[in-house]
Design a protein around this ligand. Structure first.
Ligand code: 9MR
Length: 851
């Protein structure tokens, strides 16, 4: 909206332009005032940014003082060489429309304002040539539509000027015709629950949509019998849904069972379970998602029935990649073999920045639970299953190898940096199986952000892979160091926001957070002073990074902080770092508690991929639980899952295959069942991006305009801005389900782990386990993990075995019993590995966690 203080003249009688020959601005209005029909333009006042307006690639849309502005390049020939427009403007035959806008040109220019057919022959239903001036004018035209056309196009053609100029527009309005179609989602019963279920010992909350303002009764039923009853808590009008809601807390019910229903205000919820182990399958499915996203390899139907497909982008026609991919013209003089990796989303692009956070979160999920042995070889049913390496690491390696291949080779300009992305030269349509993509593939320029993503993930991989493949680990550490040095030498090479044809731009013009994250990973991996000093001096180390909108591929300081807090290291202010995670988690917990749907994310407008931000806020709470052991943080995570699984305004689950009504038409070129019944829906465990207030795609714009944040979602394959799937959204889902599926209850034990001597290739450690409980422990195993490649060589007073970095110490016959208050002590000699050898922080005694 144009703020009135801009002081532009808005007097209709003095500044009106109409498409009548000989008429000049200032002439009286010769037409009867047109009836105020319904508005057909979406965001003509630019209150919500530039979307859904688009432009040709030679100019960039921006909001300047509340108006839409663009610098129009000089040297173009035709008016249509530079265009700004909006699609899917519905026209009804024989209806009269009033089209109006406020426009400015600096310096003055004549533009073309058209309402037209969006495709050849571009028939113009209105064609005007407004004389735009520096001070700005209002323009208004009427026309009668000769056609019924749901997909009309409103455009400003601005090309044809020898010299550059600036165009600004505001208050674009097309009034008349039919009321835009009102889409009403089927939201089912007004009582909203986690349709998958609740853990017996976890929180149990629901939300009921009602007009009532006083408490109403609720009843929990199973098999026709009443299990519990109570009264709702009125919560007023929830801004995220614009609904009047009450919440229900039935947490006192802990009896496992299937087919529970909750009744309130005359409505019955969809059925749900109370049961343990609700997240085990999700943990596997959320991770299995990655195999079917793989590029450069056939997907074996034997491993994923119904999902088998030929290898995509392996240099076989019609594919033009990815074994010898050139750069965009003028960007580089070499080709790279960048075969492999995961397709980022529903398109065939491969991007280093969202690949980076994805592979990071998979490795972090593995590391978090490596003492527990949660992620095993063979648990994901992938081609590498059975190779002795946990499948989650094999899957992560598939992407990490790709990230490494994006690094500029030695001897070339920007050696050590990473190309930002590789994708098609032009957007393709749906459906399109990967191996059928005929587009030219191009490497895009290097970026500091991509380079730092490579540095961070390669440093992390260098530790985690050492026990399994020391050569691969060493290759990663070398790449990480080179990437770090290259990023330091080129600290502000940002991806171009306009480089979004054929693939997403993934632009980010602040990479101080990526620097912090990379330094943190390099410090954890090496313990070196350079990285420690960088971490300590970074503003992100002490700054408030816990923003309500969460973290994502473009906001990665949180990854650095979470890693420093959760992976053992010798940072001098480590306690403060750990406390800061609790502070962040407290904030998300407070947001969730204030939210009648229990959401730990509640900005006034929901972002693209909001579900991933919800989940990442849950990751902060989960790490806080790991640090503190406090149940409230785990409860916060579980309540977040309630939202994802159906306790929401739309009464649907956002994970395919989970819950009675769930997203299943996520935007994808190969899970395009909605467009071609021969193709599958996305596999079980696929997260949808979820509500996006900016509704940037035509389907969302046609159906969801004016939506309250939670309603800005539609399970339609063409709604790419609300309903896509991505590798970087499934990664927090995998992380969180891994967390929830790995409960390690607090035990009655303490452990002291003291490394008495450390020499160039070995160390000597003594471990004492104390029984802090009241009962004798008869027979024990104690588990912990090393940071990287340390290996046990010799041991005494215990039976020690090691798998990967994880060590299991078991009692001998004579020290089997630990009396209440008593302790046992054993020791071992370890082989020193490259990098630091910090004291482990997670010890499991007979499966319970020691303090
Ligand atoms: O996830 C990305 C989101 O954060 C951005 O706001 C949006 C616009 O740049 O792009 C999203 O990423 C899309 C990418 O550009 C192209 N592939 C699909 C991605 C998910 O929708």
């Amino acid at each position: 909206m144009r703020p009135s203080l801009k002081g532009t003249p808005r007097d209709q009688t003095t500044c009106l332009a109409r498409p009548h020959p000989g008429r000049r601005p200032g002439d009286p209005d010769p037409l009867p005032a047109s009836a105020d029909g319904p508005e057909q333009i979406v965001n003509g006042t630019f209150d919500t940014g530039t979307a859904p307006w688009w432009s040709t690639g030679n100019t960039t849309l921006e909001i300047d003082g509340g108006r839409l502005c663009a610098d129009v390049p000089g040297g173009t020939v035709n008016p249509w060489d530079v265009i700004i427009g909006q699609d899917n403007v519905a026209l009804v035959k024989d209806e009269t429309y009033e089209y109006s806008f406020f426009g400015i040109a600096t310096p003055g220019r004549v533009a073309r304002a058209l309402v037209q057919l969006p495709v050849d022959p571009y028939t113009q239903f209105l064609s005007a040539n407004p004389e735009l001036s520096v001070s700005g004018n209002d323009y208004s035209y009427t026309f009668t539509s000769p056609v019924d056309l749901p997909t009309g196009q409103v455009v400003f053609q601005l090309g044809g000027s020898a010299t550059p100029w600036r165009f600004c527009v505001d208050d674009v309005s097309l009034k008349g015709g039919a009321e835009p179609e009102v889409y009403r989602p089927d939201t089912g019963p007004r009582v909203r629950v986690n349709m998958v279920g609740y853990l017996p010992t976890g929180p149990k909350n629901a939300t009921v949509v009602t007009e009532e303002t006083e408490p109403v009764g609720w009843t929990l039923k199973r098999a026709g019998a009443t299990v519990a009853q109570g009264d709702t808590t009125p919560r007023g009008v929830d801004p995220s849904s614009r609904q009047n809601v009450h919440s229900i807390d039935f947490g006192r019910v802990t009896t496992p069972g299937t087919g529970y229903t909750l009744e309130a205000d005359g409505e019955t919820s969809r059925p749900f379970d109370i049961g343990a182990n609700l997240y085990e399958e999700l943990r596997t499915d959320a991770l299995k998602f990655y195999y079917t996203q793989r590029s450069g390899t056939p997907i074996l139907d034997a491993l994923r029935p119904g999902y088998g497909r030929p290898a995509g982008h392996v240099g076989t026609a019609p594919n033009q990649g990815d074994v010898e991919v050139p750069c965009q013209p003028g960007v580089c003089d070499y080709t790279l073999n960048v075969k492999g990796g995961w397709y980022d989303a529903g398109d065939h692009g491969k991007y280093v920045v969202n690949g980076g956070i994805s592979v990071h979160q998979l490795m972090a999920a593995f590391e978090r639970s490596k003492t527990d042995g949660t992620h095993k070889d063979g648990d994901l049913n992938i081609p590498e299953s059975g190779n002795g390496v946990p499948d989650i690491l094999d899957e992560a390696r598939w992407e990490q190898e790709f990230l490494l291949s994006m690094q500029v080779p030695d001897g070339k300009p920007y050696a050590g940096m990473a190309h930002h992305k590789i994708h098609d030269a032009a957007w393709t349509g749906l459906p399109l199986l990967p191996h059928l993509d005929p587009q030219r593939r191009e490497l895009h320029p290097v970026s500091t952000a991509a380079t730092l993503n490579l540095a961070a993930t390669a440093a992390q991989a260098s530790r985690l892979f050492t026990p399994y493949d020391a050569a691969f680990a060493a290759r990663n550490l070398k790449a990480a160091r080179e990437a770090w040095a290259a990023a330091k030498a080129n600290p502000s090479r940002y991806a171009d926001p306009a480089d979004g044809v054929g693939g997403g731009a993934y632009n980010d013009d602040n990479v101080t957070d990526e620097f912090y994250w990379a330094a943190a990973e390099l410090y954890i991996a090496t313990g070196e002073k350079e990285f420690r000093d960088y971490v300590l001096a970074s503003p992100h180390h002490t700054g408030d990074i816990w923003r309500e909108r969460g973290f994502d591929w473009g906001n990665t300081a949180q990854l650095g902080r979470l890693q420093l807090a959760s992976v053992p290291n010798a940072l001098p202010d480590r306690d403060r770092v750990r406390r800061s995670v609790l502070e962040g988690a407290d904030r998300y917990l407070a947001v969730a508690r204030a939210h009648p749907y229990g959401l730990p994310y509640n900005p006034p407008d929901f972002d693209w991929g909001s579900n991933n931000l919800v989940l990442n806020n849950m990751v902060v709470m989960a790490v806080a639980h790991d640090i503190s052991g406090e149940a409230e943080y785990r409860d916060g995570v579980l309540e977040g899952m309630d939202y994802i699984f159906g306790r929401n305004a739309l009464n649907q689950s956002y994970v395919t295959g989970y819950g009675e009504v769930a997203s299943k038409n996520q935007h994808s070129r190969w899970y395009a069942h909605q467009l071609d019944p021969a193709l599958p829906n996305p596999p079980r465990g696929t997260l949808s991006g979820g509500p996006n207030s900016s509704i940037q795609d035509p389907v969302a714009q046609a159906k969801l305009r004016g939506c309250a944040p939670q309603f800005c979602y539609i399970d339609d394959i063409e709604s790419w801005s609300t309903n896509e799937l991505t590798i970087n959204w499934n990664s927090p889902l995998a992380w969180i389900s891994s967390f929830l599926a790995t409960p390690a209850p607090a035990g009655v034990c303490t452990v002291t782990y003291t490394t008495h001597g450390q020499w160039p290739n070995g160390f000597n450690t003594q471990v004492t386990v104390t029984n802090t409980g009241t009962k004798a422990i008869n027979g024990w195993t104690l588990k912990w993990s090393f940071l990287g490649g340390q290996k046990v060589r010799d041991h005494w007073s215990t039976d020690l075995t090691q798998s990967g970095a994880t060590v299991t110490a078991a009692n001998l016959g004579w020290n089997k019993t630990i009396k209440p208050g008593g302790s046992i002590t054993f020791g071992f000699i370890g082989a020193e590995a490259p990098g630091p050898n910090p004291t482990p922080e997670r010890f499991l005694l007979n499966g319970t966690r020691c303090r």
